[in-house]
Design a protein around this ligand. Sequence first.
Ligand code: PRP
Length: 212
Amino acid sequence: MKPLKIALTKGRLEKSAAELFRRMNLDLSALENKGRRLILPVPPYEAVLAKAPDVITYVEHAACDIGIVGKDTIAEAAGSGGYYEMLDLGFGKCDFALAAKRDADFYAGYNVKRIATKYPNVARGFFAGKGMDVQIIKIEGSVELAPLLNLSDAIVDIVETGATLRENGLEVIEKIMPVSARVIVNMAGFKMRRNEIEEFLTEIEKAKAETI
Ligand code: PRP
């Protein structure tokens, strides 16, 4: 049987995921000395390092069996199917929030507000829920720049410590939704390799409980 492939989100979530693997008594030597390699043996599993939205793509197309990815990315990808969200891992905690320049009266006036975000679907859903018509402007990173350069009236982004907002003269107007790392599992794979996947889920849940 081929090893189960686990797609890990590169960057922010990588270290905490590796820490859970360590608590599961998995051999992390390949992962710790990965160089530029992207697929690493973590016996009996195989770890695949990918960018957050790609973790979902690989899992929904069954190229990977399991994925570890933020709820922010899952919320943005909503509508794409083919996978179950199985477990909240409790790390990578932050919030989706609406933020604007300090002292800006965001809701004042009748003009259509411009919202800069890396998460257009989340932003659209949030304002649709308020019955508010907005113009969404997609930005790829450092969204905080947009209101500072008057490209937008506000941003929808993830806020962790709040330092980026603070240091750029912005503040949260409203929290939208809490975010944390989740385990996702390909639906068909879950049927075919249920025992192995359930064993992984049990082990990672035990490892998570030890960290609390
Ligand atoms: C995220 C987010 C904010 C920042 C929030 O960006 O987009 O900019 O982190 O964190 P804080 O509240 O602790 O300051 P990230 O670092 O992932 O980089 P990016 O902007 O290039 O996506």
